[in-house]
Design a protein around this ligand. Structure first.
Ligand SMILES: NC(=O)C1=CN([C@@H]2O[C@H](COP(=O)(O)OP(=O)(O)OC[C@H]3O[C@@H](n4cnc5c(N)ncnc54)[C@H](OP(=O)(O)O)[C@@H]3O)[C@@H](O)[C@H]2O)C=CC1
Ligand SMILES: CC(=O)C(=O)O
Ligand SMILES: [Mg+2]
Length: 760
């Protein structure tokens, strides 16, 4: 089996495992109201529920006030044109529709019910959608084949008064039009002069062609091809939509159509464009190969064939991803927020121009960090925004909402757009964006990460994910025999280094590590005998590997107490220059925004000076995640410094204010006040203002450790860490019995540390 087909098989298996993992699929329903007491239940259901029922009966519009309708979209398909896979049926389309639900949620905070309808007859399909429409604030039609898709969408638009869009038509048209405007500008070509070949004459292709024409493309300059070749005057039995694109030409093949053309837009099937065809196009050709999952010509082949090609695909693993994910979350967000009666041309054009403009503006640091690039700017490799760009939700949704209001189809108005922008940004905090950003940064420059306890299932699984995802080059530390036995027992195949401190192969390593240990610790209680013995133990071997550059990062501590694993690390690894203390911080991914707790694991009873160091290190580390740190120095009193603990915290705050006046830090303050803008308003003198803190520095280890352990124990939020701060090497100690996700996340942070170290 070739490496590529092995990789493909591994990827296919990972895709099945991902979907099959409990809870199966990708979407679940979570109650959004308290439901623990008898009173809650009597409000949520009978008798309380009758009150909003009757309120809606009296005023139907109030359904937006009392139910989830206003933020609920139906993603509906009959499975007749699923991606580029064709008519695979409603059940088989469900993973795509659930996936779309996931994207709606993570990018725009919109809830989705995916609905797969077993109905190919357009009229019956329409009746079904109409019958269930009252449930929803909007409807996204998906992967319905042409020509039925045109009729279905047209009638539903006429007969329903909620935002409705066939995404394969208009989402694709909007995103690709924005990309086209920008690509033409970079290529120095004019839309009314270019010759375009559109391969595919289905839902996406026809809608794209129409939108490009409305932007100035000359219909005479389009050659459209379907599965039978160019749509020209010789063709018979064409659908009404194809009739609009008949070309007066003798050209009948894609190959001939492409000769001398400026732009190719592929919305057909994978691998139908050859290098020869690409070579026959005009200078600086624009190629949008948008079929999913395989483009009409692969990115690598296209750029290897021609240096001057301006290339986009529908895929996330190459530059210029033209995919409707850049549009539908934000178009529906804007439309829902003004209760638009539909999605009209003005709203679509507003989205096109907003998207095109974002790509031309300087790219925010957060986006660069997310993609681990020093610089990206408008040009050949970047002419359409990237999916993890926060500006999408503000700029596109606002543009769409404004267009709906101005074109008179908004059911309600937004009065204050600044406030609306803040609400949109707030929505974006409610997901695992930070984790995705960190993983993307790691993937861009993966490092060698050695994982202790290589014989544990969770460690093996984490290593597998790190390798498959390309986040790191993992290796396992431990007994080779035991690790191999366990891999076999768990059915895990992993082709990665196993480092056994006792292996004969590591004789030379043991020798040099012993010398280092001896040099560092001979006046601190380690004699020669001990140094010989210790280098055979993995708790010492791992940090020594790191110290010698034999690995880039180390993750240990899965099965032992934190203190016992930390001891050899502190004995071997130096502190960062200028740092006196080592401390640990937990990242807590709440449903609103990430919070950071310090010091959760190392300094039992820090002095005021220690707290200052901990706060400084926490500030530095949080900044490295591209988050502005706002620190609250916690106590159980607010700005009164009566108790001894409060006095200590107040003293630390005084030093911080004097020495680092630019730091956003204040206290002593109670956590519920520090996290609540209304409560903060009672202390107008505070450096936090009314903007809640995101970094909580606790007065002692017990309070920090117990606080995060309660959160972890209750599974109230995902926790990542402890992130070890102050050491000169990328090493982190796991919480005992960490989950696979926790290990992967901490290893990801270790890769980022190693990248930072490399840059220095
Ligand atoms: N990147 C993105 O954001 C998006 C990409 N797409 C991709 O576009 C493609 C089409 O989707 P959609 O329009 O919804 O599907 P449809 O089923 O509506 O249309 C498919 C079209 O492709 C044509 N076609 C099939 N094989 C060939 C071929 N060898 N040469 C030329 N044309 C061919 C069909 O021709 P005929 O009419 O003769 O049957 C038909 O016109 C899919 O691969 C899909 O993944 C779609 C939406 C968004
Ligand atoms: C992206 C998408 O909607 C498709 O390929 O069908
Ligand atoms: Mg689709």
């Amino acid at each position: 089996m070739s490496k590529n087909s092995r990789d493909q098989n591994a990827f296919d298996k990972a895709a099945l495992d991902y979907h099959r993992q409990e809870p199966k699929g990708k979407i679940e329903v979570i109650p959004s109201k308290p439901h623990s007491s008898q009173r809650d239940l009597s409000l949520a259901y009978s008798p309380g529920v009758a009150v909003p029922c009757m309120a809606i009966h009296d005023d139907p519009q109030s359904v937006y006030e009392y139910t989830s309708k206003g933020n609920l979209v139906a993603v509906i398909s009959n499975g007749t044109a699923v991606l580029g896979l064709g008519d695979i049926g409603p059940e088989a389309s469900k993973p795509v529709m659930e996936g779309k639900g996931l994207l709606f949620k993570i990018f725009a905070g919109i809830n989705v019910f995916d609905i797969e309808i077993n109905e190919k007859d357009p009229d019956k399909f329409i009746e079904t959608v109409k019958a269930i429409a009252p449930t929803f604030g909007g409807i996204n039609l998906e992967d319905i084949k042409a020509p039925e898709a045109f009729y279905i969408e047209q009638r539903l638009k006429e007969e329903l008064d909620i935002p409705l869009m066939h995404d394969d038509q208009h989402g694709t048209a909007i995103i690709s039009a924005a990309a086209l405007i920008n690509a033409l500008e970079i290529a120095g070509k004019k839309i009314d002069e270019v010759k375009m070949v559109i391969n595919g004459a289905g839902a996406a292709a026809i809608a794209c062609a129409k939108l490009y024409i409305s932007l100035g493309l000359d219909p005479k300059n389009i050659l459209m091809c379907d599965s039978k070749g160019v749509i020209n005057h010789k063709r018979e039995n064409l659908t009404p939509e194809k009739l609009d694109f008949i070309a007066e030409t003798e050209i009948s093949t894609l190959e001939d159509a492409l000769k001398g053309s400026d732009v190719f837009v592929g919305l057909s099937k994978g691998n139908v464009m050859s290098p020869e065809m690409l070579l026959s196009m005009a200078k600086n050709p624009i190629v949008f190969a948008l079929a999913n999952p395989d483009p009409e010509i692969s990115y690598d082949l296209a750029v290897a064939t021609r240096e001057d090609v301006m290339m986009a695909t529908g895929r996330s693993d190459y530059p210029n991803q033209v995919n409707n994910v850049l549009g539908f979350p934000y178009i529906f967000r804007g439309a829902l927020d003004v209760q638009a009666k539909g999605i009209n041309e003005a709203m679509k054009l507003a989205a096109v121009h907003a998207l095109a403009e974002i790509a031309k503006e300087p790219v925010p640091e957060m986006v660069k960090l997310a993609y681990n690039v020093r610089d990206i700017s408008f040009g050949k490799d970047y002419f359409i925004p990237k999916p993890f760009d926060n500006r999408l939700i503000t700029k596109v949704s606002i543009a769409v909402a404004k267009a709906a209001m101005e074109s008179g189809i908004a059911g309600k108005s937004i009065e204050n757009f600044q406030e609306y922008e803040n609400q949109l940004l707030d929505r974006m905090g409610r997901d695992e964006k930070l984790v995705r950003m960190m993983q993307n940064r790691a993937k861009a420059n993966p490092k060698r990460v050695t994982l202790g306890n290589g014989e544990e299932y969770n460690i093996l699984k984490a290593a597998q994910i790190l390798q498959e995802e390309g986040i790191a080059y993992p290796s396992l530390l431990g007994s080779k025999r035991l690790i191999q036995e366990k891999m076999e027992e768990f059915g895990i195949t992993l082709d990665i280094p196993i480092i056994d401190p006792n292996d004969d192969a590591n004789k030379e390593a043991r020798k040099k590590y012993r010398k280092t240990l001896w040099d560092k610790r001979n006046r601190k209680g380690i004699n020669e005998y001990k140094s010989k013995r210790y280098v055979r133990q993995r708790d010492y071997f791992g940090p020594l590997m790191l110290e010698h550059g034999d690995t880039d990062a180390l993750i240990v501590g899965f099965s032992k107490s934190y203190a016992s694993v930390l001891k050899p690390i502190l004995e071997i690894i130096d502190k960062k220059p200028g740092v006196n203390k080592v401390a640990a911080m937990m990242m807590i991914l709440t449903d609103k925004k990430p919070l950071f707790f310090a010091d959760t694991s190392i300094n039992k009873n820090p002095t005021a000076e220690d707290l200052v160091e901990i706060a400084r290190m926490a500030e530095y580390t949080v900044k490295s995640f591209a988050i502005e740190p706002r620190l609250a120095m916690l106590g159980f009193e607010n700005f009164s410094a009566k108790a001894d603990t409060s006095k200590k915290v107040a003293a630390a705050v005084k030093i911080l204010h004097e020495k680092y006046p630019k730091m956003i830090v204040d206290g002593e303050i109670q956590p519920d006040f520090a996290l609540n803008s209304d409560h903060l308003a009672d202390y107008p003198f505070s450096k936090l203002g009314t903007n809640p803190a995101n970094v909580l520095v606790f007065p002692n280890l017990e309070s920090a450790n117990l606080s995060y352990k309660i959160i972890r124990g209750m599974k109230a939020a995902q926790t990542i860490g402890p992130i070890l701060m102050g050491l000169d090497q990328p090493v982190h100690v796991l919480q005992m019995r960490s989950s696979v996700d926790e290990i992967v996340n901490l290893a990801t942070i270790a890769v980022l540390d190693a990248q930072t170290k490399e840059k220095k």
